[in-house]
Design a protein around this ligand. Structure first.
Ligand code: UDP
Length: 467
């Protein structure tokens, strides 16, 4: 029998990686995990059963991924329960996840004394997981899939509350914005990582998640592993002394195979092959953002009006009233049958972004998408939905100057004429293209031999192996 304490020391150890159960969190941590495993470190990646099954169905495999062992635990909800209810999922994870993970670690530790868990890397929001590490004599590292600026802002939450500038529902009080340094764009009211003003109950949960992240970052992590690179966000990185920027985590870099929850429709790659260089607008809202029926119709008509080829990811749950996606009358016949537009339910996004035919990324500005588009030197059209997406938009448009906002009208709609206008402006803007190229080069250098992220990763691996 192996005892509970005394994780493997002086060997390569055994890392347990635990993401928050959402696409934008699982993907970057899985990429990072593959990089770690490629250095000969044993790594077990723990999803919830629900996500594990989704991944397996979408990638058609239960096989270990490039040395990463996949495992799963319950999220505490019955199989057929609704995981889109953020409140229910968060409460359940909070109250059950640590217990399930403890059982798994005990099982792993008992099965092989030489492969006891020596290190836990968990999403920063999962504070109770990082706390577990201590019980098992393992090291703990928080992983943040968002920007360094988002993390720096999250670290300010207790101050904002203490000063009376933020209430416990996540609403800003008495001030209109928060600026951390001159180099980082300010956060305006309702543009914080926890902001969701249309549903204050959800916003409260998002603030709770952020507060867990704040606690993990401050008290539970030796280092904070962040999917960014120093040159991109030096000012924000300098605000968090424990931060270790190790990004951008890209498929090409991480030798990834698929980490999608949905089946990727690769027919769009062949469709792209037929199009002229830099001619296609790629449109994607990530895994969670939703549009009203009216908004979806305006977008369809705006794309049609632009007269340019487009590839549009339309998830079956893209509309916010739960109904079937409906396009404007005759749209599919006019636009898609003729080959001008293509619609897929889920794309192999990184391969699409690096395809020479793609010339612009209309994006919701999730952090993964932002980094992926940046690494492909693409100009952006920004259409944020919630959370950190608004601040990422400010980075893209105001700081890096690699994209433009698509503005809402007085009714909160992004109209067809505005969409057409911004497409025309962005594809003709040489300054934006030059800035995008410069950032791509910076990103490439950061992960190349002797680059900042390369060296940080090396430092992390050396630490894992030496401890
Ligand atoms: N993604 C994809 N295919 C799609 C749309 C998105 O593979 O059709 C991937 C995308 O490459 C990114 C992730 O899904 O890695 C979405 O993460 P992001 O942070 O951009 O947005 P979120 O889904 O968290 O809002």
């Amino acid at each position: 029998m192996c005892g509970k304490m005394g994780a493997t020391k002086g060997k390569r150890g055994h890392v347990l990686a635990v993401p928050f159960p959402a696409q934008g969190h699982v993907t970057p941590l899985l990429k990072f995990s593959r990089l770690i495993a490629s250095h000969g470190v044993k790594l077990t990646f723990v999803n919830t059963h629900f996500i594990h099954n989704k991944l397996a169905a979408a990638t058609n495999s239960h096989a270990p991924q490039l040395g990463v062992v996949l495992a799963s635990i319950s999220d505490g909800l019955p199989d057929d329960d609704d995981r889109s209810d953020a409140f229910k999922l968060w409460e359940s994870l909070n109250s059950t996840m640590a217990g399930h993970l403890t059982e798994l670690i005990e099982k792993i530790n008992a099965s092989n004394c030489d492969e006891k868990i020596s290190c836990i890397i968990a999403d920063v929001t999962l504070e109770w997981i990082l706390e577990l590490a201590r019980d098992f004599g393992a090291q703990s590292f928080g992983f943040t899939p968002a920007s360094a600026a988002s993390l720096a802002m999250v670290l300010q939450i207790p101050n904002l509350i203490h000063q009376g500038n933020l209430d416990l529902n996540g609403t800003l009080k008495g001030i209109e914005s928060v600026r951390l340094t001159d180099e980082i764009p300010a956060w305006r009211k309702d543009e914080f990582a926890w902001s969701f003003p249309i549903d204050l109950k959800t916003q409260k949960i998002m603030l709770e998640c952020c507060l867990c992240g704040e606690k993990s970052a401050r008290f539970r992590s030796t280092w904070l592993l962040c999917n960014t690179f120093y040159e991109l966000e030096s000012s924000a990185c300098d605000l968090s002394p424990k931060l270790l920027p190790i990004g951008p985590l890209l498929d090409s870099q991480c030798r990834a195979n698929c980490s999608s929850f949905y089946v990727e429709d690769t027919s769009c790659l062949r469709w792209l092959d037929e199009k002229a260089v830099a001619s296609v607008i790629y449109v994607s809202f990530g895994s969670l953002a939703v549009l009203s029926h009216h908004q979806l119709q305006e977008l369809a008509l705006g794309l049609e009006l632009s007269g340019r080829p487009f590839l549009w990811v339309v998830r079956s749950n893209l509309t916010n009233d739960g109904s079937r996606v409906e396009y404007p009358e005759g749209f599919l016949g006019r636009v898609c049958s003729g080959g001008l537009g293509k619609i897929v339910e889920w794309a192999p996004q990184e391969r699409v972004l690096s395809h020479p035919s793609v010339g612009c990324f209309l994006s919701h500005c999730g952090w993964n998408s932002t980094l992926e588009g940046l690494a492909a030197a693409l100009p952006f059209l920004c259409w944020p939905y919630f959370a950190d997406q608004y601040h990422n938009q400010s980075y893209v448009c105001d700081k890096w100057k690699i994209g433009l906002r698509i503005e809402q009208d007085e009714n909160g709609i992004r109209g067809r004429d505005e969409i057409k206008k911004k497409i025309e402006i962005v594809v003709g803007d040489d300054d934006i293209k030059a800035n995008a190229l410069r950032l791509k080069e910076m990103a490439t250098m950061s992960v190349a031999q002797e680059g900042s992220s390369f060296l940080n990763f090396q430092r992390f691996i050396d630490h894992l192996i030496m401890e």
